[in-house]
Design a protein around this ligand. Structure first.
Ligand code: HEC
Ligand code: HEC
Ligand code: HEC
Ligand code: HEC
Ligand code: HEC
Ligand code: HEC
Length: 499
């Protein structure tokens, strides 16, 4: 037999609070309280954990508030139902929440409710902590935004900065950029959810934080490097895939006279100079205007002959590390360079006839998906080199190159992401060093380029025995493609494919 109804409270004084005293609203309060708790908890982890997890933002600023709003809605719905009840039966005693601990029924319900609420809060805490861990994991990125960020992620994992967290370069420290990134993170979430992102993801990142606040937290701009010895091993697109190697000293120099002479390639970012430029295209591949301010405050403007305007002040950019090192983490090898490297490392057998040309051609065909590409590359190689030793390895290696550098689903590959560090396959240094940029008021002065040795000296080149001829004075470049016509630059012919 149920307990008798609770005594009716004085109907003359129905308080407004009565509206929310019902089980539905109370459940709303618990859900809302739980999510508020989860938000504060995640916020604290985010603030104090030291490890910066970009996805924590999604949890703390999107998921937790969504639950909070849901709790509020439940709360209001409960109150509204209560309100309707009151209106419909104004004389009836309101079915309000009335708890009397004297009654065993109420005690039992309260114990269940209390235990349920505690369990809910506990699970929320555990759940949010677990979710935090999951989002930090590689698998999360692999599953949640795998499709969209796959190109950036795969290239990142193969780069020298694979152990540097995304946020170290993309956000850096300090509250202002943190908030900015949370805002743009929410937009990204929206664009992924509604399929609004561009394929490929655009480059450059126009609102990227200046390198002074990111790269230079680890790298010291004053460092004196002097010469860097680099070997570029190439193979021609002929039947024998003939090797052609260029070994050179890159004159990196340094940016502070405390450690060595200021000059060389790193001169641009020395604290004493300010190099600014204006790019006439969003990809920053055409640079018709450059201004140098020396440490005495003297300015020199260089302009290419087809540009006589003054650039808009808000589009002048100060040159920093990223203007040359724009692919420190996400480098898409050109098919030409990737196949050359595989040949050099013995992962492709140069004895397979014309393997350089074949592999590059297969890699640069158009495919709708990665699976289709791998299937077609495999089938073509098996047909071309049937029965030859080195065939299985060629299949494996070429497929690996494809997977690491081509992302047809996102339309991402080397051709969409120019590398500004050199000048062979992209304009790079020659965007300014092209013998065209004249100093305003002194046409005889140009941005140094006339001489290849401004930037590097070739110490040896060719193949086999030829590489024993060494010169520290610097050799003039023997171009395997024949004489280079005047006024033509390397990337007029070389585009990362078979040249
Ligand atoms: C060593 C620094 C560094 C790290 C670490 C890094 N990035 Fe980048 N990222 C860059 C730079 C530099 C650019 C290109 C900037 C430019 O040209 O404006 C870039 C560009 C991007 C772009 C735009 C598309 C493109 O390739 O230009 C995306 C998206 C991106 N990064 C995502 C990520 C993700 C996700 C991670 C972590 C898995 C990550 N980045 C780690 C430096 C870094
Ligand atoms: C968290 C620290 C950190 C940040 C931030 C960072 N780097 Fe590095 N970077 C390193 C380390 C460590 C290495 C050396 C890796 C090695 O040799 O194993 C390195 C290597 C390099 C190299 C030499 C690569 C090579 O092929 O030898 C370049 C160039 C470079 N970083 C540029 C950048 C640029 C540009 C940025 C900013 C977009 C940047 N780094 C941000 C830590 C960092
Ligand atoms: C007029 C077109 C043209 C121009 C300009 C040109 N090249 Fe080449 N280059 C070729 C051809 C053709 C080959 C031979 C390709 C082959 O057989 O693989 C070649 C081969 C090469 C190779 C060896 C093979 C390879 O795939 O890398 C290198 C290195 C090279 N060129 C560097 C340069 C550099 C550096 C410049 C600018 C200073 C330049 N080239 C300008 C047409 C050109
Ligand atoms: C004018 C273009 C340019 C600018 C600006 C530039 N670099 Fe470099 N840097 C190069 C080139 C070219 C190399 C050598 C080629 C390579 O890395 O493959 C190099 C090499 C390096 C290396 C490897 C050699 C070493 O000293 O260990 C590091 C690290 C580096 N740069 C960091 C930076 C940082 C940090 C900045 C910004 C303060 C910067 N660079 C600005 C062009 C540039
Ligand atoms: C935005 C334009 C711009 C780009 C891009 C650029 N440079 Fe420069 N560079 C300059 C200017 C301007 C000077 C100074 C010219 C002068 O006053 O003589 C210069 C000077 C130099 C010098 C001579 C420094 C000295 O010792 O006095 C070297 C070496 C050099 N650059 C290498 C490079 C390399 C390598 C790259 C590509 C990785 C590159 N530059 C890209 C604008 C540029
Ligand atoms: C403004 C500086 C600069 C000038 C001038 C310059 N180079 Fe280079 N060059 C570079 C840099 C930087 C690299 C290294 C690129 C890299 O590591 O990715 C390079 C690389 C090369 C390579 C090897 C490229 C490869 O992938 O095999 C060749 C060959 C070369 N340069 C030839 C020349 C010749 C020939 C000239 C004169 C016509 C010249 N360079 C003028 C900066 C310059």
């Amino acid at each position: 037999m149920p307990d008798p109804l609770p005594p009716t409270p004085d109907p003359a004084s129905p308080s407004r609070h009565a509206l929310w005293r019902n089980w539905i609203s109370l459940t709303g309060v618990i859900i809302g309280g739980g999510s508020l708790f989860a938000f504060l908890f995640l916020f604290a982890i985010d603030l104090f954990s030291g490890s910066h997890n970009p996805y924590i933002g999604i949890l703390s600023y999107v998921v937790a508030p969504a639950f909070l709003i849901f709790g509020l809605v439940v709360f209001v719905v409960g109150a509204w139902i209560q309100h309707r009840q009151l209106k419909r039966y104004p004389d009836a005693p309101p079915a309000r929440l009335y708890i009397d601990f004297e009654r065993p029924h109420d005690r039992k319900v309260m114990i269940y409710f209390g235990a349920g609420a505690m369990a809910f809060l506990l699970l929320t805490a555990m759940g949010s902590y677990q979710t935090y861990h999951v989002t930090e994991s590689v698998e999360f990125c692999g599953q949640v935004c795998h499709k969209v960020m796959k190109p950036e992620f795969v290239t990142y994992q193969r780069g020298v900065h694979a152990r540097v967290a995304c946020v170290e370069c993309h956000i850096g420290s300090g509250a202002k950029w943190y908030v900015k990134s949370k805002l743009s993170g929410s937009y990204q979430l929206y664009s992924v959810a509604f399929n609004k992102y561009s394929r490929p993801i655009g480059t450059p990142v126009h609102n990227l934080r200046p390198a002074q606040d990111t790269c230079e937290k680890c790298h010291w701009p004053e460092k004196y490097t002097g010469n860097l010895d680099r070997t570029y091993a190439h193979y021609l697109a002929d039947e024998a895939s003939t090797p052609h190697t260029v070994r050179m000293l890159l004159h990196i120099g340094g940016g502070s006279d405390l450690h060595g002479p200021v000059g060389g390639i790193h001169w641009h970012t020395s604290a004493a100079n300010k190099v600014e430029y204006f790019a006439s295209d969003p990809q920053r591949q055409r640079i018709p205007w450059v201004r140098v301010t020396s440490f005495q405050g003297k300015t020199t403007v260089y302009r290419s002959p087809d540009y006589q305007d003054e650039p808009p002040a808000d589009q002048i950019r100060r040159m920093d590390c990223i203007d040359c090192h724009n692919r420190p983490a996400h480098r898409y090898q050109t098919p030409n360079a990737a196949v050359d490297q595989a040949l050099e490392l013995g992962r492709l057998d140069a004895k397979l006839p014309a393997i350089k040309r074949q592999a590059v051609e297969l890699l640069t065909s158009t495919y709708a998906s990665e699976n289709e590409a791998i299937a077609k590359i495999t089938a073509s190689l098996r047909e071309e080199y049937a029965g030859r030793p080195g065939l299985d390895q060629a299949v494996t290696t070429t497929s690996e190159i494809y997977r690491a550098n081509f992302f047809p689903e996102m339309k991402a590959d080397w051709s969409k992401y120019p590398d500004n560090k050199g000048h062979k396959d992209f304009p790079g240094c020659f965007r300014c060093h092209d013998n065209q940029h004249e100093a305003v008021g002194d046409p005889s002065r140009m941005i140094a380029a006339s001489d290849c040795t401004t930037c590097h000296s070739i110490v040896t080149q060719g193949k086999g025995e030829e590489l024993a001829n060494f010169s520290l004075k610097g050799l003039s470049f023997q171009h395997p493609g024949g004489d280079i016509p005047d006024g033509v630059i390397c990337n007029d012919c070389h585009n990362g494919k078979n040249q």
